[in-house]
Design a binder for this molecule. Structure first.
Ligand code: OGA
Ligand code: NI
Length: 357
């Protein structure tokens, strides 16, 4: 773990680079040709978007319930991504959580740097993931904090400004956890498992969750870099509140990158690597990335739901048969998450490397 004690180089907030007004980005942010986005490509014009699911349809005993479960199941197999509406989270809270985080990133640099993070826990204000010296960096800053289990919460790492940010995070986190519990049930049943299967498998009441507020400042050369490099999320599932004004998230579908068009007041849900492992690849985590933007900054809030750290997770026995042998070797999340924490976002290389054979 020694290599995760501190960053290999001094950390420069991307926001300060952006605000310097330079017309050229530093070399460290310039991606190799093959990773650069094609900003005028088909991605934006592609009308085929990620599926939209109305969670109002889950009311028990209704005809819509089966159709809704089916829609989620199809989305988890074909896209690894979907948007949900009618999710029961109040619009007022969605606006409030965005406002407090916008307020945080507008604080003076020194106030933010008081919360500077290190790679030991990643909690706090940061500008990189991965500890490789000389790595090409992404055009984004973030704030990361652990929300669940309650016993792992470290309030010293939570910002105190702007006023009410802590209460708002608490309240928002509760709502996110509630939504995750519902979606775990839906995914369990649609995989043919007992409704409580997935929640139990990932630790029951001891599951983990973290909030990552992503801030992507304006970028003078968005064609050369990325706000966030291609990756799949290592945990169980992610609930993303995207910016309500500025697009940027792209999802890989086949060989193409599809730009997500967030619906107002919707959440974007995506399958994490652990669901791919538990479902023995019936459901798949999917690569996604964020493109930078020359004219507007962008804020998104990702709520990561992940397993209790010390449970070895492999394919559910119920989903394994002679015809469908287990595709992955069991691993604890403690071990699993070290990969991204060392190497930074690297597509889907990690879950691929778990392949049993
Ligand atoms: C993430 C992520 C997407 C976004 O934080 O893992 O994929 O739109 N964020 O910021
Ligand atoms: Ni992600």
């Amino acid at each position: 773990m020694d290599c995760l004690r501190d960053w290999p180089e001094p950390v420069v907030p991307v926001q300060s680079l952006s605000e310097s007004g330079a017309a050229v980005i530093p070399d460290r942010y310039v991606k190799p040709q093959s990773e650069r986005p094609s900003l005028d490509s088909t991605a934006d014009k592609n009308i085929l978007g990620i599926p939209i699911v109305d969670l109002g349809g889950l009311a028990e005993g209704t005809a819509e319930c089966r159709a809704t479960m089916r829609a989620i199941s199809d989305a988890c197999q074909e896209w690894g991504f979907f948007q949900v509406v009618n999710h029961g989270v109040s619009r007022e809270l969605m606006e409030r959580i965005r406002d407090v985080w916008r307020g945080f990133f507008q604080l003076p640099t020194e106030a933010k740097k008081a919360y500077a993070n290190t790679p030991t826990t990643y909690e706090g204000y940061g500008s990189r993931v991965g500890v490789q010296k000389g790595a090409i960096l992404d055009w984004g800053d973030y704030y990361y904090l652990q929300y669940l289990p309650q016993s792992a919460r470290n309030y010293d790492k939570w910002p105190i400004l702007p006023i009410s940010i802590r209460d708002t995070i608490e309240e928002y986190g509760r709502e996110m956890a509630r939504l995750c519990v519902i979606l775990m049930k839906v995914m369990s049943v649609s995989l043919g498992l007992d409704a409580n299967f997935l929640q139990k498998a990932i630790g029951g009441d001891d599951v983990g969750a973290a909030l990552r507020a992503n801030y992507y400042p304006k970028c003078p050369q968005p064609d050369l870099t990325l706000g966030l490099s291609a990756h799949s999320d290592p945990g169980v599932m992610t609930v993303l509140l995207a910016d309500d004004q500025v697009k940027g998230l792209q999802v890989r579908k086949g060989g193409e990158w599809i730009t997500v068009q967030p619906l107002p007041h919707a959440f974007i849900i995506n399958v994490g690597d652990q669901i791919q492992v538990l479902s023995n690849a019936t459901y798949k985590s999917v690569e996604h990335r964020v493109v930078a933007n020359a004219s507007s900054d962008r804020l998104s809030l990702a709520f990561f739901y992940y397993p209790k750290f010390d449970l070895p997770l492999g394919p559910a026995r119920e989903l394994v048969s002679p015809d469908r042998p287990p595709l992955y070797q069991p691993m604890t999340y403690n071990e699993y998450r070290l990969y991204i924490r060392k190497n930074g976002p690297k597509g889907k290389t990690q879950v691929e490397s778990l392949k049993a054979m």
